[in-house]
Design a protein around this ligand. Sequence first.
Ligand SMILES: [Zn+2]
Length: 959
Amino acid sequence: MEINWTEIENKWRSKWIENKDFETNPNKKPKKFITVAYPYPNSPQHIGHGRTYTLADVHARFYRMQGYNVLFPMAFHYTGTPILGMAKRVEANDKELIDNLKNLYGVPEESIKEFVEPIKIADYFHEEIKTGMIEMGYSIDWRREFTTIDPVYSKFIEWQINTLRAKNLIIQGSHPVGWCPKDQNPVSQHDTLGDVEPDFTEYILIKFKFDDYIIPTATLRPETIFGVVNLWVNPEIIYKKITVDDEKWIVSQECAYKLEFLDKKIAYDGEIKGSELIGKSVTVPHREESIVMLPASFVESGTGTGMVMSVPAHAPFDYQALEDIKKDQPEPELASKVNQIIPISIIETEGYGKIPAKEAVEKFGVADQNDPKLEEATKEVYGKEFYGGKLKSNTEKFSGIKVAYAKDIIKEWLIENKHADILLELTNTPVKCRCGAECVVKVLNNQWFLNYGDKDWKELATKCFDSMNILPQEIRSEFNYVIGWLRERACARQHGLGTKLPWDEGWIVESLSDSVIYMAYYTISKFVNNKTITADNLSKEFFDYIFLEKGDANKISEITKMSIDTINEIKKEFQYFYPVDSRHSGRDLVPNHLTFFVLNHVAIFPESNWPKEIVVNGSVLMNGSKMSKSMGNIIPLRKAIQDYGADPIRLAIIISAELLQDADFNMESVSGIRNKLESLYHECSRLKAEKIENLEAEDRWILSKTQSMISQVTSAIEKMRLREALHDILFSFESDLSWYMKRVNAKNRENISGILHQINSTRVAMLSPFAPHIAEEMWEKLGHSGFASTSKWPEFSQEKIDAIAIQAEELLKSTIDDIINILKVTKITPQKITIYTTDSFKSKVYCSILEKVMAGQTNMGVVMKELIANPDTSDVKKNPNFVQKTIKDILSEPTEIRQTKLESKEFDEKSFLANELTKLGKEEFSVEIQVFSESDSDIYDPKGKARHARPFKPAILIE
Ligand SMILES: [Zn+2]
């Protein structure tokens, strides 16, 4: 019978809403505050987005069943330029975008027409995403929903920004930022196509003199200026003559364009061909000395200035280019200049001779200057010299300085003497803005920055990270790394939606700065939505009082026109729910949002309100590939829910990977999960809560196994190892159940409905955080009143584990396996099977050996000696082989099994096997099975097999 998923899911969703199950208010219970990064409503959710929210929802539902008062809220991030950019593209009738909206996302044409207004886009997708979240069954308290352009939220952000500024953590100055020249706005990860963070590096421009002009060359190694012997110019490039402030420079066109954004006045004066420069001389900046300009094809116009200074002793490219020219046999005048060039060695490094570049070129077998192996050779020389090199005496006053320190010292010296300048360049080009334009680095003046470079601030954040739970553990070092390199970050933009800087209204707080402490706002947004708090009269004092416990309620009541009781109720709400117990997010937000979240919390809140935990998950692949519009493999979440049901999708997302791995989603796994859930559902429909009486061996065993499952699942979820937990509930336990059914069927038992009912009630309760809708339906079918989602999480109880039952069942299984193996090897059709269990002496010795092994003694000789020393076991000296095999038996088992064996000392193998194996064996092998103890007087043992019996390893005779 097919299940109508839509019907079931709708039914339970409306019951949850009716029951206000997820509306959370402060109460006497302990609380958990779980949050996820709120979405940008500029497109509908696809399956990939579903992962983080689903993981967080399982987490919230798990804690709720564990008896916590769980707050799991949601809001929508309208701030920033992505929505603006999209509106512009709609206005410009961008065909690709409109096709995607229509065909991929199913947006009605009337709505698309309205999308020229950015806010209509946000509102449309806001509703779309929210509906999807409801349809996924997320247990969200929707009374607390807000958007980041709500007036009260803006007041909150003003307070946040003012508070940071008062602590001198917001500064104004000139700093470089990633920049969209078309939008005239800074760009960060959220603003770029493919969500890449613009990354840039600083080159030192060394100024060589050429008549009235300056020819600047870009380098990352200013110390090598002492080893320059020529310049490289690409004869194919047409260079620009430009005026930079009051100097005349010759650079490539690309370089001139980059300089325009670096706070310099640029005027274009003319052009000069690279070939015209070849053979002419320039003067090095720091001493009166001429060097020649030579042709090189490895020089690119897009990198640096399009000219390169040549240090052949230490730069493999330069060394190779010189070799290439010599081979090319240039005209005599140039050839004589080339022949005069001798590499100047300026760095001494252990393991290198005089000319490291030459050694590296030879080692890597470089063919010419266009050989990609030169990159590797360069990396190797640079690395060794940087960490192990020292400057030689020909570097004048810098002689003896380690290269690692020399870079900054020489840079300062060059700039002070006007011999050098700075060029900032993107290292991960091309970075494209969402508007399509290629981004550059710009030095912004009078820009507002969060001073994330501040040492004290970093220290405080590190302290918070150190005390935090970070899941999975292996991501912790990434946070340390981010904190290490973080520097000033622009926090305001001149365009976009959001909150204006309170002290400089030409600026808007950007999207990665107004989304860092908003979790606190969830504790008051309920009062905003019911109109208790309005934007009028909200002042700094109000927020200080609520969030920082500063100030006087009387005064705040006067200012805000709210009653003291109301103000204190709001404050209590915050104090109850804060701090954040768990923050969930995708891995891509580690280097920005998640780190900023911690930085801003430690800056604003006292330590008692610092966040407790971060949970990071990997992304979602579709059939092994990255999801993207161009791949055409994006499945909108709501469409998938319609086709397959929310629960199968939730489970397929979870079961395909552990936390940090990329989850590989595919429709076959959704169908597989769906079938699994359907069969569990049908099973639950059949079971009745009958009384459980007269437990048999297999009953005690399966009930013990159920306890183990509870323990494993609970501890897995606590570590957010959800894949493992779900696998245990749905699949691993299934093999135990089928063994149980085999045992029960062999005995023709009919009184097991009560036991199966109890077991499946436990499973369904544990399934409920993962597959909340169908679990409710199963729960109802099992005859329980109330909701599975609000039922108590099954509790593990050590007393309910029956060690003997577990041991006995393991013995039974392994004996049957042994019989099957013997039959396989001997290929006989059995007429009769005889089993011999061990005598009581061997059991005694076994226990004694087990105790010794558990205490750490595994040395055969020592164990033997100890056994012989004891009169009870001294007879074992006649059978050393037994001792050796027993130690091996024990060591081949996991510690838990050894532990249960230690606990099940008085287990009687013979009577158990006589009772249980005979029936089951007959079913399995269609023959009579007889069981003897090796010490039985009436024993049937024609082949003398009995003496081989060992505890838990009976001897077997098949005839
Ligand atoms: Zn742009």
